[in-house]
Design a protein around this ligand. Structure first.
Ligand code: 4AD
Length: 456
């Protein structure tokens, strides 16, 4: 269907005076005595295109003047009073009619209401803006790594080993357990892969395999977590960006994480000014200035032990008590980034008991070379570490956690054959989108959110 994107009508001034064809969904419609008007949007821009209909001309338009109707319009592009562009219609074709019970009426709907219709909410300005910013951010992530000699690898989604060891893996099976099996072992042996399998919580372990050959790699794909966390920042299926870098130590990982986040934010500010103005007006006043501020300063770095001291001395009445050895809760993360540092901050060197088996053990015997990036408003958006590159220490850490070493033979081999210092991190893509847009619930930055008790 030959037509011009509405975005191009607004940006390509050579359209003015020309006959053009555009398509879109009717967002507003008005019928007066001699003229009729409708604003249409095709999803390429936040700006609606005004269609002007002279009722004295022979144009069939009545069926088009309903919200949600999809139309094709041919007419002349002209400059309007404000220097923008509108179309003087010559011919209007209704592609798909839309009855009066169309749920998206002119008023502003709440995000909760829109969540009940994921198949339609993309047609609102909010989701139009979120999905476009998300697309620009994805492109920026690829660009950042591609420009710096990282190789994009695709790690398996179905896996036999739980990377984080937190028991949050969704099981993959083609048969259900029944009493016909004597025990679990027999059941798994009969299943598709002949052993227990699940959906990957992280591509890191296979990412390390690739990094031990290609030097610098990144993955960008979905991770799955059967976490029973019904919070505004947890999804059961989220998109995960995971770079893995050979010949690198913790400060190198921190440097990459900071420069990647800054690059992505800079790109959004430069590429999506309309969308960012929209978020500034409707979601978080001052967000553009705040992002500019964030990327113009170095991120903070704070040792976990120091963070615990700051939290204990804060005088704040936290819901979760703070003691050395505890995991930081969102309220603690937000206090550190919002109240103490007032910017993005890396917290490093966590107690080994609360972190994963693969993290490099520090000489103090108590902590590991882990790092989380905390940002104001959201809390943790990145988790990473230098990896334990020493075979014996790694085996010791796995044994201490009661892990089945047979499931990790490939991983252990990497420490046997030319082991090198290396590390990486995982960025929760939706968490960064929340931060950049000011949208405060993770369910509203992905087309179809999957959360505990809810799938559509
Ligand atoms: O801190 P996490 O669990 O780290 C890992 O998975 C490492 N294997 C990453 C690595 O070093 N390659 O997760 C990394 C990030 C978190 O900081 C968070 O932003 C995001 O993934 N994340 C989630 N995002 C949405 N919903 C969930 N349920 C998430 N779980 C983690």
């Amino acid at each position: 269907m030959k037509h011009i994107d509405i975005k191009n009508i607004f940006t390509d001034k050579s359209c003015i005076g020309q006959e053009v064809t555009v398509c879109g969904w009717v967002r507003t419609a008005r019928n007066s005595k001699t003229m009729a008007f409708m604003a249409i949007n095709d999803g390429t821009t936040l700006n609606h295109l005004q269609i002007v209909i002279d009722k004295s001309a022979d144009i069939d338009f009545e069926d088009a003047l309903h919200l949600g109707t999809s139309v094709k319009v041919t007419g002349t592009a002209v400059e309007d009073r404000n220097g923008s562009v509108e179309i003087n219609a010559k011919e209007i074709t209704v592609l798909g009619s839309c009855p009066a019970d169309y749920p998206l009426q002119k008023k502003r709907h709440t995000l909760e209401f829109l969540r009940t219709m994921p198949h339609l909410r993309g047609r609102t300005n909010t989701f139009n803006a979120v999905l476009r910013v998300r697309s620009v951010m994805a492109e920026a992530i690829h660009q950042y790594f591609q420009d710096r000699n990282f190789v994009y690898v695709n790690t398996p989604l179905i896996t036999g080993s739980d990377c984080e060891g937190a028991g949050e893996m969704f099981q993959v099976t083609t048969i259900g357990y029944s009493n016909d099996y004597k025990n679990e072992e027999e059941y798994y042996a009969d299943d598709f892969f002949g052993r227990r399998a699940g959906l990957s919580v992280s591509g890191q372990l296979e990412g390390e395999v690739a990094a031990m050959a290609m030097g610098k790699i990144y993955t960008f794909g979905p991770s799955f977590r059967a976490e029973n966390s019904n919070t505004p920042k947890h999804l059961a299926e989220f998109w995960h960006v995971e770079p893995e870098i050979a010949f690198a130590e913790l400060p190198d990982i921190i440097e990459t994480a900071e420069s990647m986040v800054k690059y992505v934010i800079r790109t959004v500010l430069d590429t999506c000014p309309e969308e960012m103005k929209f978020f500034d007006a409707h979601f978080e006043k001052g967000i553009i200035d705040r992002l500019e501020e964030l990327i113009s300063h170095e991120f903070g770095v704070c040792d976990y032990t120091e963070a615990i001291r700051l939290l204990k001395e804060s005088g704040e009445d936290f819901q979760y008590p703070v003691e050395w050895g505890c995991d930081l809760q969102t309220e603690h993360e937000r206090y550190i980034s919002e109240k103490v540092f007032k910017k993005a901050v890396f917290v490093t060197n966590y107690p080994k008991e609360i972190k994963s088996f693969y993290m490099k053990q520090n000489p103090d015997g108590k902590t590991v070379a882990a790092v989380d990036l905390l940002v104001p408003g959201v809390g943790e958006i990145i988790g990473g570490s230098e990896r334990e590159a020493d075979y014996d220490k790694l085996v010791e850490a796995m044994n201490a956690r009661g892990m089945n070493l047979d499931l990790y033979t490939d991983y252990l081999d990497l420490r046997k054959y030319g082991s090198v210092p290396h590390g990486g991190f995982g960025l929760g893509f939706e968490r960064l989108i929340m931060y950049v847009t000011g949208v405060s619930n993770i369910r509203d930055v992905i087309l179809y959110p999957r959360t505990v008790g809810s799938i559509r």
